[in-house]
Design a protein around this ligand. Structure first.
Ligand code: ZN
Length: 322
């Protein structure tokens, strides 16, 4: 198993950032011999709550995980506090998504982290080694690899989430080799759960006919989800959730009317006013789904994905409950 992670290091002279890829560890089958014993849990700091949830599933009691962006907060516009730098300084592994999603946190991470801390940029690492990290992502999944660059929301395809888990497992093993077997066992079990989740979502969405597989959202987060499950996507604003223009509003209203789309979807972490106005103008219903956040209602990745699928099936399915 090869671990390819992208590690950012601060350039001391200019203060600028350089990106380079390092092969951090190489280990064989199940015979890695521990080289470092860790008395307490390894501190893992993540940018988002979704990354934190994935990390907790892999690390279990052997790690302590802290997310910089809390429940319900928007990662695209998140501003860190001085308290965050304390956790960053103590972290052994820092998990970021990359691809611009959590770029607002790069300066504080680069300024506060210890020199030997591993920074994993999951989306960048998946792009570098998609087949090695996501052996199940063939067919539709493999066809999306060239598009990873533009859309950083890779986790919304559960097959890509499996790639995140593989990266997290390898980074934890690198940080705490004494617990290699624990991390492998936990990751294997979680990957099986994610594989079941992928099948469950497919089954839930099966009630939506092909011609109704139109996913209209606030920001353009669901491209990878859409390609996995056969949807076309449109959004009021782009992958980085910038401002909504009047032209974008008109275009979506026109499209929803022209294509007879029965419902559009707000996202929990964003102001829903504009999207609800679009729905009124077009005369369609509004569902609420999640892309970047965990909330009290859906506090884990698996619950978030499951709830999204149920909501889509309710509003786009054959017999929406009007
Ligand atoms: Zn987003």
């Amino acid at each position: 198993m090869r671990l390819l992670a992208t590690v950012r290091k601060a350039a001391p002279a200019a203060g600028a950032l350089a990106t380079m890829s390092l092969v951090l560890a190489a280990c064989g089958g199940g015979d890695a011999s521990p080289t470092t014993a860790s008395p307490g849990p390894v501190l893992i700091v993540t940018t988002t709550a979704i990354l934190a949830d994935l990390a907790r599933n892999v690390g279990g009691d052997a790690v302590e995980v802290r997310s910089l962006v809390g429940l319900g907060s928007d990662v695209h516009s998140f501003q860190s506090t001085p308290g965050d730098s304390i956790a960053i300084r103590e972290a052994r592994v820092i998990l970021t998504n990359g691809g611009g999603l959590d770029a607002a946190l790069d300066p504080i991470i680069d300024g506060a982290k210890a020199s030997d801390t591993t920074v994993v940029e999951a989306a960048e690492a998946l792009k570098a080694d998609p087949i090695g990290l996501m052996p199940a992502a063939t067919g539709d999944g493999a066809a999306t690899f060239p598009q990873m660059n533009a859309d950083p929301h890779l986790w919304l395809n559960p097959q890509f989430a499996i790639g995140y888990v593989a990266l997290i497992r390898d980074a934890m093993i690198d940080a705490d080799p004494a617990r290699t077997e624990t991390f492998r066992r936990n990751a294997d079990a979680f990957i099986q759960e994610l594989t079941r989740l992928d099948s469950e979502i497919e089954a839930t969405l099966a009630t939506i006919p092909r011609q109704r597989r139109r996913l209209v959202t606030f920001h353009d987060a669901f491209g990878h989800f859409a390609r996995r499950y056969g949807f076309a996507v449109s959004a009021l604003t782009g992958v980085q959730a910038g401002d909504v223009t009047p032209g974008a509003v008109r275009a979506i209203v026109d499209q929803v009317r022209a294509e007879g789309i029965p419902a559009i979807f707000a996202e929990r972490q964003f102001n829903q006013d504009v999207l609800r106005q679009v729905a009124r103008d077009a005369g369609v219903r509004v569902g609420v789904i999640s892309s970047d956040v965990l909330t009290e209602e859906t506090p884990t990745y698996v619950e978030m994905m499951r709830a999204n699928a149920v909501t889509l099936a309710e509003l786009l399915g054959d017999e929406p409950g009007r």
